[in-house]
Design a protein around this ligand. Structure first.
Ligand code: ZN
Length: 488
C-alpha cells in the first residue's frame, strides 16, 4: 500500500512508520467505557480520536477489525483492587439489576456517540460475556508461574514477572522504586506486594456479580478483560492498541504484563494514547463538579456552560487539537470552534454551488496532498483543518466574484472537501444535535408561516412554490383551518 502513515508509538516513545502485520487487514483495539454513568467530554476524546484513526485506515485501503470493549464488571472504585464494583454500586443505589444499569448506559453511550459521528466498532464485546475466556487466561498465567492464589483470589506476581520481562516499560515507571515505596505490606493483605494486581477476586457475600471459577466464586480483575478479549478477537499479536493517557498506568501496563506472561511475547505492535481534556485548566473530576456530560453540552444545562453546543461543535473542537496535546475546555474555546465550523460548513455549501470559469485565475494549492501529508504525520488533524481553511479563501473569492476556478480545479476541490468534511473529519451530520434539529424545525415553520401570509394575500405563486419545493424535499404538508401541520 502506497502511503507513509506514521504514528507515535507510546511503547517506544517515538513516531514510527506504520507497517501492519497482515496487510490489508489491520487489528485495532481500544478501551471503551465503563458503563455506570452518562458519557461526558472525557469519553468524547478517545472515541473521536480512534474514530479518526479507524476512518483514516479505511481511507488508506485497509480492512480494519476495530474492537472496542464495554466494561460492565470488575472495574472497582478508585481503579484499585478494593472497593465496590462501579456498575454494581450504581445498581444498588438505583435498585436495579446490574445488567439493567449496563444496558441503560450502553444505549445512552451509543446515542451520544452517534450524534458525534463516531462509527460503531466492528466488535463491541462486553466483559461479562467473556468470563470463560478470562478464567482461561488467569489459568495460563498461573501455569506460567506469574501469578499466585491467595484466599480464593488470584494476583499477578509483578516482581517475578519483572525478573524475566520488564514491568513499567510502557509508563516508564521504575519497578524497584515502586517496590521500595510500597514495601510495607503487613501480612494483613492477601497480596504479597502492593504493586501486585488482581486477576481474579473472591466475591464478598454482598458482591452480586459473581461467577464460578477454579479458585472461588468471584469476578475478574479490571485489567484482565482487555487482554482476554483482544487476544480472542485480534489474535496473539495485533497492530494497534489505543486508549486515553489516563489508562497508560496501571491499566495498559498490566495488560502488557498479562499478555506477555501468558503468551511469552509482546502482543501489541503500536500503543497509541490520546491526551486529556482539562476544564478551565483543571482536571475533570466528580468531586470538582466539572464533569459535563455530552447531553448537558447539547442542552446547555450546566452551571459551567454559557450556551448549548452541538455535537458537531464538540467534534470539531476536539479535532482542532492534535490528539497528543492537552485540550482545555472553556466557553470561549468552544465558541471559537463553533464559529470556525460555521465558516467551514458555509464554505462547503458555497463550494457545492460554485460555477466554473474558463480558467483558474489564481494558483490552486494542492489541498489533497497537503491534507494527506498532515494526516499521515501521526493524524495531524489541526494541520489538515488549517489547509481546508486556506482553500476556503479561494472558495470565498470565487463566490464573491473576485476569482475564477476551472472545471477541473473546482471538481478537485469539491472532491477534497467532501472527503474531509463528510468521510474523514466527518463534520456534517444528519443526526445533528437537539439544538440543530430545533433550528431546523423553526426554519420549516418559518417557511410555512410565510406561505400562510402569501395565501392570505392571494399570492398563489409564492404559496405554491413553497408547498411544491418542500414536498419535493420529502415534507408532507397538511393545511388545517388557519394553520398547517407538517412532517418529513
Ligand atoms: Zn482496557
Amino acid at each position: 500500500m502506497e502511503h507513509k502513515l506514521s504514528i507515535y508509538n507510546s511503547l517506544h516513545r517515538k513516531k514510527e512508520r506504520f507497517v501492519p502485520l497482515h496487510s490489508p487487514n489491520v487489528g485495532l483495539y481500544v478501551c471503551g467505557p465503563t458503563v455506570y454513568g452518562d458519557a461526558h467530554l472525557g469519553h468524547a476524546r478517545p472515541a473521536i480520536t480512534f474514530d479518526m484513526l479507524f476512518r483514516y485506515l479505511m481511507h488508506l485501503g485497509y480492512v480494519v477489525r476495530y474492537v472496542r470493549n464495554i466494561t460492565d464488571v470488575g472495574h472497582l472504585e478508585n481503579d484499585a483492587d478494593e472497593g465496590e464494583d462501579k456498575v454494581a454500586k450504581k445498581a444498588r443505589l438505583e435498585q436495579l439489576e446490574p445488567m439493567e444499569i449496563a444496558q441503560y448506559y450502553i444505549n445512552r453511550y451509543h446515542k451520544a456517540m452517534e450524534a458525534l459521528n463516531v462509527l460503531r466498532p466492528s466488535i463491541e464485546p462486553q466483559a461479562s460475556g467473556h468470563i470463560i475466556d478470562q478464567i482461561a487466561l488467569v489459568q495460563k498465567i498461573l501455569d506460567e508461574g506469574f501469578a499466585y492464589e491467595s484466599n480464593g483470589s488470584v494476583y499477578f506476581d509483578v516482581e517475578k514477572y519483572n525478573h524475566r520481562y520488564h514491568y513499567g516499560k510502557l509508563s516508564g515507571r521504575n519497578i524497584d522504586e515502586m517496590m521500595e515505596a510500597t514495601r510495607e505490606l503487613d501480612g494483613q493483605s492477601e497480596k504479597r506486594r502492593s504493586v501486585d494486581f488482581a486477576l481474579w477476586k473472591k466475591a464478598s457475600p454482598e458482591h452480586i456479580m459473581r461467577w464460578d471459577s477454579p479458585w472461588s466464586v468471584g469476578f475478574p480483575g479490571w485489567h484482565l478483560e482487555c487482554s482476554a478479549m483482544s487476544i480472542k478477537y485480534l489474535g496473539e499479536e495485533f497492530d494497534i492498541h489505543g486508549g486515553g493517557m489516563d489508562l497508560l498506568f496501571p491499566h495498559h501496563e498490566c495488560e502488557i504484563a498479562q499478555s506477555c506472561a501468558a503468551l511469552k511475547k509482546e502482543s501489541v505492535h503500536y500503543w497509541m494514547h490520546n491526551n486529556m481534556i482539562t476544564i478551565n485548566g483543571q482536571k475533570m473530576g466528580k468531586s470538582l463538579g466539572n464533569f459535563i456530560t455530552l447531553e448537558e453540552f447539547s442542552t446547555g444545562k450546566h452551571t459551567l456552560l454559557q450556551q448549548p453546543y452541538s455535537p458537531m461543535t464538540i467534534r470539531f473542537f476536539i479535532l482542532q487539537a492534535h490528539y497528543r496535546s492537552t485540550v482545555d475546555f472553556s466557553n470561549e474555546a468552544l465558541q471559537a470552534s463553533e464559529r470556525g465550523l460555521e465558516r467551514l460548513t458555509e464554505g462547503y455549501e458555497r463550494l457545492k454551488k460554485l460555477t466554473p470559469g474558463a480558467t483558474s485565475s489564481i494558483e490552486m494549492p494542492d489541498t489533497r496532498t497537503r491534507c494527506e501529508e498532515a494526516m499521515c504525520d501521526d493524524l495531524n488533524t489541526p494541520v489538515a483543518i488549517a489547509h481546508l481553511f486556506e482553500a476556503l479563501k479561494i472558495i470565498n473569492a470565487v463566490h464573491d466574484g473576485k476569482a475564477t476556478v476551472s472545471q477541473a480545479d473546482l471538481t478537485e476541490l469539491q472532491s477534497v472537501f467532501k472527503l474531509y468534511m463528510e468521510d474523514l473529519l466527518a463534520l456534517t451530520s444528519e443526526t445533528a444535535g437537539e439544538s440543530n434539529s430545533e433550528a431546523y424545525k423553526k426554519a420549516v415553520d418559518l417557511l410555512l408561516n410565510i406561505r400562510l401570509e402569501a395565501k392570505k394575500n392571494k399570492d398563489w405563486a409564492t404559496s405554491d412554490r413553497i408547498r411544491n419545493e418542500l414536498t419535493a424535499l420529502g415534507f408532507e404538508i397538511k393545511d388545517t383551518k388557519d394553520s398547517f401541520e407538517w412532517k418529513l
